[in-house]
Ligand binder design. Sequence first.
Ligand code: SF4
Length: 286
Amino acid sequence: MSRVRLFVRDARSILTPTGGYLSGFSHTLQPYSGCEFACAYCYVRQMAPQRTAPEGLAWSTWLAPKRNAPELLAREAERGRLGPARIFCSSVTDPYTPLERRLGLTRGCLEVMARCPPAALVLQTRSPLVVRDAELLARIPSALVSMTVATGDEAVRRALEPNAPGTGLRIEALGRLREAGVRTQAAVAPLLPGDPRQLARRLAPVVDRVVVDDFFLGDGAGGRRSRAALERLRSLGFGDWAEPGYAEESIAIFREELTPERVVVSQAGFNDLEWLTHGQDLRRDQ
Ligand code: SF4
Protein backbone atom coordinates (compact mmCIF):
# COMPACT_ATOMS: atom_id res chain seq x y z
CA MET A 1 0.00 0.00 0.00
CA SER A 2 1.22 3.47 -0.83
CA ARG A 3 2.64 5.60 2.00
CA VAL A 4 1.48 8.84 0.39
CA ARG A 5 -1.77 10.71 -0.05
CA LEU A 6 -2.90 10.94 -3.64
CA PHE A 7 -4.16 14.10 -5.36
CA VAL A 8 -4.89 13.04 -8.95
CA ARG A 9 -5.39 16.01 -11.27
CA ASP A 10 -5.30 17.24 -14.83
CA ALA A 11 -2.30 19.36 -15.81
CA ARG A 12 -2.50 22.36 -18.13
CA SER A 13 0.79 21.53 -19.89
CA ILE A 14 3.38 18.76 -19.77
CA LEU A 15 6.55 20.06 -21.46
CA THR A 16 8.10 22.80 -19.32
CA PRO A 17 10.81 24.99 -20.89
CA THR A 18 14.03 24.63 -18.90
CA GLY A 19 17.52 26.06 -18.62
CA GLY A 20 19.76 26.88 -15.67
CA TYR A 21 21.38 23.70 -14.39
CA LEU A 22 19.75 21.77 -17.27
CA SER A 23 21.06 24.11 -19.96
CA GLY A 24 21.56 21.27 -22.48
CA PHE A 25 17.86 20.43 -22.43
CA SER A 26 14.92 22.35 -23.88
CA HIS A 27 12.20 20.92 -21.60
CA THR A 28 11.51 18.94 -18.47
CA LEU A 29 8.68 16.43 -18.30
CA GLN A 30 7.15 15.59 -14.91
CA PRO A 31 4.35 12.99 -15.08
CA TYR A 32 3.93 13.47 -11.31
CA SER A 33 4.22 16.26 -8.82
CA GLY A 34 5.63 15.18 -5.46
CA CYS A 35 7.77 12.08 -4.90
CA GLU A 36 7.53 8.96 -2.77
CA PHE A 37 11.25 8.32 -2.29
CA ALA A 38 11.98 10.80 0.53
CA CYS A 39 15.71 11.26 -0.12
CA ALA A 40 17.20 13.09 2.84
CA TYR A 41 19.23 15.42 0.60
CA CYS A 42 16.33 16.18 -1.80
CA TYR A 43 16.62 19.77 -3.08
CA VAL A 44 12.96 19.82 -4.19
CA ARG A 45 11.97 20.38 -0.55
CA GLN A 46 12.97 24.02 -1.12
CA MET A 47 11.35 24.35 -4.56
CA ALA A 48 7.98 25.28 -6.03
CA PRO A 49 6.29 21.83 -5.97
CA GLN A 50 6.72 21.62 -2.20
CA ARG A 51 5.97 25.30 -1.56
CA THR A 52 2.53 24.65 -3.09
CA ALA A 53 2.04 21.20 -1.55
CA PRO A 54 -1.61 20.15 -1.20
CA GLU A 55 -2.95 20.89 2.28
CA GLY A 56 0.57 21.95 3.32
CA LEU A 57 1.63 18.30 3.59
CA ALA A 58 5.31 17.46 4.18
CA TRP A 59 7.56 16.40 1.29
CA SER A 60 7.21 12.75 0.28
CA THR A 61 3.83 12.33 2.01
CA TRP A 62 1.82 13.41 -1.04
CA LEU A 63 1.79 12.66 -4.76
CA ALA A 64 -0.14 14.44 -7.50
CA PRO A 65 -0.25 12.27 -10.65
CA LYS A 66 -0.99 14.22 -13.84
CA ARG A 67 -3.56 11.83 -15.29
CA ASN A 68 -3.67 13.57 -18.68
CA ALA A 69 0.15 13.59 -19.15
CA PRO A 70 0.17 11.18 -22.14
CA GLU A 71 -2.69 13.07 -23.85
CA LEU A 72 -0.94 16.40 -23.39
CA LEU A 73 2.28 14.97 -24.80
CA ALA A 74 0.43 13.50 -27.80
CA ARG A 75 -0.97 16.99 -28.43
CA GLU A 76 2.57 18.41 -28.38
CA ALA A 77 3.57 15.74 -30.93
CA GLU A 78 0.66 16.71 -33.21
CA ARG A 79 1.75 20.36 -33.02
CA GLY A 80 5.31 19.39 -34.06
CA ARG A 81 6.83 20.43 -30.74
CA LEU A 82 7.92 17.01 -29.48
CA GLY A 83 10.34 16.00 -32.28
CA PRO A 84 12.87 18.84 -31.71
CA ALA A 85 12.62 18.70 -27.91
CA ARG A 86 15.54 17.64 -25.67
CA ILE A 87 13.74 16.30 -22.64
CA PHE A 88 14.85 15.65 -19.05
CA CYS A 89 12.35 13.40 -17.25
CA SER A 90 12.21 14.21 -14.41
CA SER A 91 13.88 16.98 -12.42
CA VAL A 92 11.48 17.41 -9.47
CA THR A 93 9.99 13.92 -9.13
CA ASP A 94 10.94 10.35 -10.02
CA PRO A 95 9.17 9.13 -13.20
CA TYR A 96 9.19 5.62 -11.70
CA THR A 97 7.73 6.48 -8.33
CA PRO A 98 6.12 3.24 -6.99
CA LEU A 99 2.59 4.24 -8.01
CA GLU A 100 3.76 4.35 -11.64
CA ARG A 101 3.45 0.56 -11.59
CA ARG A 102 -0.33 0.99 -11.27
CA LEU A 103 -0.91 4.34 -12.99
CA GLY A 104 1.39 3.97 -16.04
CA LEU A 105 1.68 7.69 -16.76
CA THR A 106 5.39 7.59 -17.59
CA ARG A 107 4.75 4.54 -19.74
CA GLY A 108 1.96 6.40 -21.53
CA CYS A 109 4.37 9.25 -22.28
CA LEU A 110 6.97 6.76 -23.59
CA GLU A 111 4.36 5.25 -25.90
CA VAL A 112 3.88 8.71 -27.41
CA MET A 113 7.66 9.18 -27.73
CA ALA A 114 8.10 5.77 -29.35
CA ARG A 115 5.77 7.04 -32.11
CA CYS A 116 7.33 10.52 -32.24
CA PRO A 117 10.89 10.36 -30.85
CA PRO A 118 12.29 13.56 -29.34
CA ALA A 119 15.79 14.80 -30.23
CA ALA A 120 16.99 13.67 -26.79
CA LEU A 121 15.40 11.96 -23.82
CA VAL A 122 17.07 11.38 -20.46
CA LEU A 123 15.02 9.38 -17.96
CA GLN A 124 16.40 10.10 -14.50
CA THR A 125 15.30 7.56 -11.88
CA ARG A 126 16.17 5.54 -8.79
CA SER A 127 13.85 2.65 -9.61
CA PRO A 128 14.31 -0.70 -11.35
CA LEU A 129 10.67 -0.39 -12.44
CA VAL A 130 12.09 1.32 -15.54
CA VAL A 131 12.99 -2.16 -16.85
CA ARG A 132 9.27 -2.74 -17.44
CA ASP A 133 9.52 -0.19 -20.29
CA ALA A 134 12.79 -1.46 -21.84
CA GLU A 135 11.15 -2.46 -25.10
CA LEU A 136 9.58 0.99 -25.52
CA LEU A 137 12.83 2.75 -24.61
CA ALA A 138 14.76 0.69 -27.15
CA ARG A 139 12.46 2.16 -29.81
CA ILE A 140 13.42 5.74 -28.93
CA PRO A 141 16.85 6.24 -30.57
CA SER A 142 17.92 9.16 -28.38
CA ALA A 143 16.80 7.66 -25.05
CA LEU A 144 19.18 7.30 -22.13
CA VAL A 145 18.26 5.86 -18.75
CA SER A 146 20.18 7.64 -16.01
CA MET A 147 20.00 5.67 -12.77
CA THR A 148 21.05 7.39 -9.57
CA VAL A 149 23.61 5.28 -7.73
CA ALA A 150 25.03 7.73 -5.22
CA THR A 151 26.95 5.18 -3.14
CA GLY A 152 27.79 1.50 -3.13
CA ASP A 153 27.40 1.40 0.65
CA GLU A 154 23.93 0.05 1.37
CA ALA A 155 23.87 1.38 4.94
CA VAL A 156 24.50 4.90 3.64
CA ARG A 157 21.89 4.39 0.92
CA ARG A 158 19.29 3.25 3.45
CA ALA A 159 19.99 6.23 5.71
CA LEU A 160 19.77 8.85 2.98
CA GLU A 161 17.30 7.33 0.48
CA PRO A 162 15.01 5.48 2.90
CA ASN A 163 12.09 4.75 0.57
CA ALA A 164 14.03 4.17 -2.65
CA PRO A 165 15.00 0.76 -4.06
CA GLY A 166 18.35 -0.79 -3.06
CA THR A 167 21.60 -0.20 -4.89
CA GLY A 168 21.96 -3.82 -6.05
CA LEU A 169 18.52 -3.72 -7.68
CA ARG A 170 19.39 -0.50 -9.50
CA ILE A 171 22.66 -1.90 -10.85
CA GLU A 172 20.92 -5.09 -11.94
CA ALA A 173 18.30 -2.97 -13.72
CA LEU A 174 21.01 -1.10 -15.61
CA GLY A 175 22.37 -4.44 -16.84
CA ARG A 176 18.96 -5.60 -18.01
CA LEU A 177 18.32 -2.33 -19.84
CA ARG A 178 21.65 -2.58 -21.58
CA GLU A 179 20.92 -6.15 -22.64
CA ALA A 180 17.67 -4.83 -24.14
CA GLY A 181 19.61 -2.30 -26.22
CA VAL A 182 18.90 0.79 -24.11
CA ARG A 183 21.72 3.24 -23.39
CA THR A 184 22.51 3.63 -19.72
CA GLN A 185 24.17 6.09 -17.38
CA ALA A 186 24.85 5.91 -13.65
CA ALA A 187 24.40 9.24 -11.92
CA VAL A 188 26.70 9.21 -8.91
CA ALA A 189 24.87 12.27 -7.73
CA PRO A 190 25.14 13.40 -5.11
CA LEU A 191 28.40 11.59 -4.49
CA LEU A 192 27.94 10.03 -1.03
CA PRO A 193 30.28 8.24 1.37
CA GLY A 194 31.45 4.83 0.16
CA ASP A 195 34.21 3.01 -1.71
CA PRO A 196 34.39 4.66 -5.16
CA ARG A 197 36.62 1.97 -6.68
CA GLN A 198 34.31 -0.84 -5.68
CA LEU A 199 31.33 1.10 -7.02
CA ALA A 200 33.11 1.90 -10.30
CA ARG A 201 33.87 -1.79 -10.82
CA ARG A 202 30.23 -2.74 -10.27
CA LEU A 203 29.03 -0.07 -12.69
CA ALA A 204 31.59 -0.55 -15.48
CA PRO A 205 29.89 -3.56 -17.13
CA VAL A 206 26.37 -2.09 -17.08
CA VAL A 207 26.68 1.56 -18.12
CA ASP A 208 27.70 3.56 -21.14
CA ARG A 209 28.96 6.30 -18.91
CA VAL A 210 28.99 7.69 -15.39
CA VAL A 211 28.24 11.26 -14.36
CA VAL A 212 29.63 12.30 -10.99
CA ASP A 213 28.29 15.28 -9.11
CA ASP A 214 28.75 16.35 -5.53
CA PHE A 215 27.37 19.16 -3.46
CA PHE A 216 30.13 21.55 -4.48
CA LEU A 217 30.93 21.03 -8.16
CA GLY A 218 28.95 23.25 -10.53
CA ASP A 219 26.00 23.81 -8.24
CA GLY A 220 23.31 25.26 -10.49
CA ALA A 221 21.15 26.23 -7.52
CA GLY A 222 23.53 29.02 -6.56
CA GLY A 223 24.59 27.38 -3.31
CA ARG A 224 21.10 26.85 -1.87
CA ARG A 225 21.00 23.18 -2.78
CA SER A 226 24.46 22.53 -1.34
CA ARG A 227 23.77 24.13 1.99
CA ALA A 228 20.36 22.55 2.51
CA ALA A 229 21.58 19.10 1.55
CA LEU A 230 24.71 19.33 3.65
CA GLU A 231 22.71 20.46 6.65
CA ARG A 232 20.51 17.39 6.31
CA LEU A 233 23.54 15.13 5.93
CA ARG A 234 25.07 16.69 9.03
CA SER A 235 21.89 16.19 11.04
CA LEU A 236 21.99 12.51 10.05
CA GLY A 237 25.61 12.14 11.17
CA PHE A 238 27.22 12.35 7.72
CA GLY A 239 28.72 15.80 8.11
CA ASP A 240 32.41 15.07 8.12
CA TRP A 241 32.93 12.83 5.11
CA ALA A 242 32.99 15.64 2.54
CA GLU A 243 36.64 16.47 3.01
CA PRO A 244 38.45 18.63 0.45
CA GLY A 245 39.64 16.40 -2.37
CA TYR A 246 37.13 13.58 -1.82
CA ALA A 247 35.21 14.37 -5.03
CA GLU A 248 38.33 14.87 -7.18
CA GLU A 249 39.88 11.64 -5.88
CA SER A 250 36.67 9.71 -6.55
CA ILE A 251 36.42 11.08 -10.09
CA ALA A 252 40.03 10.06 -10.78
CA ILE A 253 39.22 6.52 -9.59
CA PHE A 254 36.11 6.32 -11.80
CA ARG A 255 38.22 7.45 -14.77
CA GLU A 256 40.83 4.80 -14.07
CA GLU A 257 38.22 2.06 -13.91
CA LEU A 258 35.96 3.15 -16.79
CA THR A 259 38.32 5.20 -19.04
CA PRO A 260 38.21 9.03 -19.03
CA GLU A 261 35.79 9.13 -22.00
CA ARG A 262 33.10 7.37 -19.99
CA VAL A 263 33.20 9.63 -16.94
CA VAL A 264 31.75 13.14 -16.98
CA VAL A 265 31.38 15.61 -14.19
CA SER A 266 28.67 17.75 -12.71
CA GLN A 267 26.58 20.22 -14.71
CA ALA A 268 28.67 19.99 -17.89
CA GLY A 269 28.43 16.21 -17.72
CA PHE A 270 24.66 16.07 -17.24
CA ASN A 271 24.18 18.46 -20.15
CA ASP A 272 26.61 16.81 -22.59
CA LEU A 273 24.11 15.30 -25.04
CA GLU A 274 26.30 15.27 -28.17
CA TRP A 275 27.21 11.60 -27.81
CA LEU A 276 23.55 10.77 -27.21
CA THR A 277 22.06 12.66 -30.13
CA HIS A 278 24.76 11.43 -32.52
CA GLY A 279 24.54 7.82 -31.39
CA GLN A 280 28.22 7.67 -30.39
CA ASP A 281 29.16 4.32 -28.86
CA LEU A 282 31.26 4.98 -25.78
CA ARG A 283 31.79 1.25 -25.29
CA ARG A 284 33.66 0.71 -28.54
CA ASP A 285 37.00 0.17 -26.77
CA GLN A 286 35.69 -2.28 -24.19
S1 SF4 B 1 13.91 10.74 -6.04
FE1 SF4 B 1 14.51 12.86 -6.54
S2 SF4 B 1 12.65 14.08 -6.29
FE2 SF4 B 1 12.32 12.12 -5.23
S3 SF4 B 1 12.87 12.50 -3.08
FE3 SF4 B 1 14.69 11.66 -4.14
S4 SF4 B 1 15.87 13.47 -4.83
FE4 SF4 B 1 13.76 14.16 -4.33
